[in-house]
Design a protein around this ligand. Sequence first.
Ligand code: G3P
Ligand code: CA
Length: 279
Amino acid sequence: MTKRIISVFLMAMFFMSMLAVPAHAMNVEGKQQEVANVAHRGASGHAPENTMAAFDKAFEMKADYIEIDVQMTSDGELIAIHDTTVNRTTNGSGFVGDFTLEEIQQLDAGSWFGQEFAGEQIPTFEEIVDAYRGKIGILIELKSPELYPGMEEKVADALIERNMHRPSNHKIIIQSFNHESVQTSKELLPNVPHGVLAGLTWANVTDEQLAQFATYADYFNPNMNIVTDGLVERVHDIGMEIFPYTVRTQEQADNLFELGVDGIITDFPEFVYEHPVKN
Ligand code: G3P
Ligand code: CA
């Protein structure tokens, strides 16, 4: 009888410990799994994207990485903004590449999101790196690099100046939809992990294409809508990791978690709860 009570007690403890682990932290077999929590353009569900307010929010929410979109001004300064025009996310209009740094920093990059963010500026790449290095990982997207010749070198120089290009640095990743640009960057920064971004047109990516990516990239980061368990397995088999984008609901996060991804790029870091950092 005592044995039965003890075994019932142990069973109850076991189920209670299972309940203590948030659902997103369990894969289909019920095992704990680490998934990197990547705040897309900062915690952009809560603050204006690609601003210090959004990056601060991501840090406060204990994300593992901030994702930033890097472009270049007409006077060759690296800045963070997603669109190739300033129209959607500032009170100005025109192409990013037509503004000097001084001009673009006069724009209000916060009011469109909410009056409490009025006066937020478009930050420089160097400002972001200096503020967050050693505090949170930085997933750097080279955005439309074909418009900005020499951008890869400028990013590399900024990282090298700060000694952030060493093999021990697991918290900087560089990625782009422009795969030539990823290769150029990898040649400049051979010890920094790189990723290829893959939109919907890569739904039928072949093993040969993945093998080619793996010659210079460590991550294959696709649109979440093309992710299957088969794709995750093939990416892992070739030795890469997979961080799909862009999660905006808990259900999407949970689905990706079950498919065994390594990271989740999301506007809402709360959908990927706290967990050990994946390196
Ligand atoms: O990091 C992946 C994701 O940012 C790519 O899409 O358009 O939001 O830059 P986009
Ligand atoms: Ca991006």
